[in-house]
Each structure stands twice: as C-alpha cells, then as structure tokens.
Design a protein around this ligand. Structure first.
Ligand SMILES: [Zn+2]
Length: 85
C-alpha cells in the first residue's frame, strides 16, 4: 500500500521512492515537498519532522509545474504510508 507515495507529503510518484522492497532509496527528489528519498525520509521521525517544516513554510513545491490546480494538502496527506504518518 502506498509504495509509490512520498513518505513525507504523500505525493504519488511513477516509481517506488524506496524501491520495490522499501529498503533501497532512489535518492531522487520529491517534486512536491523536495524530500530526497533516502535522506529526510529514512525514519518515521525524520519524515514527520520534514513534513512539519514543509507545512510551516507554506508547502512550497520543488517542481511547481507538477502542481495541479486543484491540489489539496489534506487529500494528498492521506496517501502517506501509514507508518510515516
Ligand atoms: Zn514529498
């Protein structure tokens, strides 16, 4: 469940950010929250801290072109993998 979603913001990616087994980070950058997979999201605590900082900063998108017009933070956060919520 939610293997292709960012652990920090829930953004749905075209690939699993931590690989098929969830143990092999891709080191890519989330286009939404700017998290580097394998860095800020390596533990539930660090993912939560990054999320809080990102939300406090007003949820800036790393790649603004990918932001849809009807984007909704709450709706996207529902897709955060359960253990990282
Ligand atoms: Zn993200």
């Amino acid at each position: 469940m939610h293997k292709n979603n960012c652990r920090v913001c829930g953004y749905e990616l075209a690939y699993p950010p931590w690989g098929d087994d969830g143990e092999d980070p891709s080191w890519e950058i989330c286009p939404c929250c700017g998290t580097e997979f394998g860095y800020e999201d390596c533990t539930p605590v660090s993912a939560k801290r990054k999320r809080e900082q990102w939300i406090a900063a007003g949820c800036p998108w790393f790649d603004r072109k990918k932001k849809s017009l009807d984007w909704d933070l709450k709706r996207q956060c529902e897709h955060i993998p359960e253990v990282f919520k």
